[in-house]
Design a binder for this molecule. Structure first.
Ligand SMILES: [Zn+2]
Ligand SMILES: [Zn+2]
Length: 457
């Protein structure tokens, strides 16, 4: 089997990989780089020229995995497209939102924007085929018993990362390759942890997102939730509000579930909560699938139970920072012009308010800059707006939807594959995982795939 890493660098960016066996080939994920623009935001799709592409397999619907799919579909019209049903529902909403964002940016970036249109997205999503978990399919989309000795087949396995996320088990040439996509092994507040195969895997292609950050000593999610609830309480006691910058997909729903628990346990008062428009769409998608997806709280309907108010690009302009309220707004990175960025300007220089971070931010993003700021430092969150002194409270919490590096290593050791291919991590994260795997499994070949280079698996 052959494998090509189609990302442009060793990093988490436009995640995309190619795998072939004989005359059959598949593309695993097709993301868009969150920090690049125009064609540089796309994976190295030119490397697919002259190679068979029978199917495009999607692990989940975060933009770094699905964002360039309409472009790839345009280039590979013969390929069938497979994903889980929740991933299709989320991907549809996210890609349309992405067209809106690209259209807004068109004047800055130039003539090729948007990279695809609403109409093209509609035509693309019509062709997506939904696959249930734990069922083998051929690349033609036929349900098949596992046929390890002849044609290429695939199977989705629950990955626990966001709703619909799946690892992809591929079989061909009598061998088994498992691509984890993004994975979380432990239960979150709302979603259950991954159910991944632990034996019979020859090649493991695994994410390394958190390879550069050790789990804090004595960390437990329950204790972190308590600490978070107390920070909210302190902001209210000061007469302030709480801004939590979150991703629309995944983190928003986990946060709403947490706030539901906090209110029930009387850890916080029954205060108004605000979320953004895209987040509300994602929350509806979660609610509709509450009963038939693996959930810790299967009966919890977030919208009716938590009853968040919804802000959008227009209403945010007139939304003051009111005391005793929680604003869970996207984007998580506080990208300029997004709700969390706009709202933060009302909070930043007021000592009674709090900004609470609950996940990862890119160090160069406005959220990353703010997290490193010193008190009273002048901070510019958007270069089109005046800088403001940083005077509000700021605290950070660890509610990642990615497996810790310790549990990634534990999983690699359990599987003990012949080869491990390390992807979806910054160079230092990949390097930690490489060294740790090599030390733990001296018989295993550890591969860091160079972008665009074909390797034999
Ligand atoms: Zn993801
Ligand atoms: Zn990812």
């Amino acid at each position: 089997m052959k494998f090509i890493n189609l990302t442009r660098r060793t990093e988490i960016g436009a995640n995309c990989y190619y795998l072939s066996s004989g005359e059959q080939g598949v593309v695993l994920d097709c993301g868009m780089h969150p920090k690049e623009e125009g064609e540089m935001a796309l994976p190295l799709l030119a490397a697919l020229a002259g190679r068979p592409v029978d199917a495009l397999l999607l692990s989940h619907a975060h933009l770094d995995h699905v964002g360039s799919l309409p472009v790839l579909m345009r280039q590979q019209p013969q390929a069938r497209i497979f994903m889980t049903e929740p991933t299709a529902a989320i991907g549809d909403a996210l890609l349309h939102n992405s067209v809106n964002v690209m259209t807004r940016e068109r004047e800055e970036v130039g003539v090729i924007y948007p990279l695809f249109t609403h109409r093209e997205t509609d035509r693309a999503t019509d062709r997506w085929q939904h696959c249930p978990l734990d069922q083998p399919f051929t690349v033609d989309g036929e349900r098949s018993p596992a046929r390890p000795d002849n044609e290429l087949s695939f199977e989705f396995r629950e990955a626990g990362h966001v709703l619909g996320a799946a690892g992809i088990l591929l079989r061909a040439e009598g061998r088994t390759v498992f691509y984890t996509g993004d994975v979380n092994f432990d239960d979150l507040t709302l979603l259950k942890g991954a159910v991944f195969p632990e034996s019979g895997i020859d090649v493991l292609i695994i994410e390394t997102t958190r390879g550069d950050s050790p789990l804090p000593e004595g960390y437990s999610r329950a204790a972190e939730e308590r600490r978070f609830a107390e920070a909210i309480g302190r902001a209210f006691a000061r007469g302030g509000c709480v801004l939590v910058p979150v991703f629309a997909l995944g983190k928003t729903q986990e946060l709403l579930a947490m706030l539901y628990k906090f209110k029930r346990a009387k850890w916080i008062e029954d205060v108004p909560i605000y979320i953004g428009g895209l987040s509300s769409k994602m929350t509806e998608i979660y609610d509709r699938r509450a009963n038939n997806t693996p959930r810790v709280l299967p009966r919890l309907q977030l919208f009716p139970e938590v009853a968040p108010f919804v802000l959008n690009g227009k209403t945010i302009a007139d939304a003051p920072a009111r005391p005793g309220r929680i604003y869970a707004l996207s984007s998580g990175m506080m990208t300029p012009k997004t709700l969390s960025n706009i709202f933060a300007r009302r909070v930043l220089d007021r000592p009674e308010h709090s900004i609470l971070f609950v996940g990862y931010s890119d160090p160069e993003s406005p959220a990353g800059v703010l997290r490193k700021a010193q008190p009273n430092e002048l901070i510019s969150l958007d270069e089109d707006e005046p800088a403001r002194p940083f005077r509000c409270h700021l605290e950070q919490f660890q509610f990642s939807a990615h497996a810790s590096r310790e549990s990634i290593l534990e999983y690699i050791k359990k599987v003990a594959p012949k080869k491990v291919v390390l992807v979806h991590g910054d160079p230092r994260a990949v390097e930690w995982t490489r060294a740790a795997t090599a030390a733990a499994l001296p018989e295993t070949e550890v591969i860091v795939p160079l972008p665009g280079m074909e390797i034999e698996l």
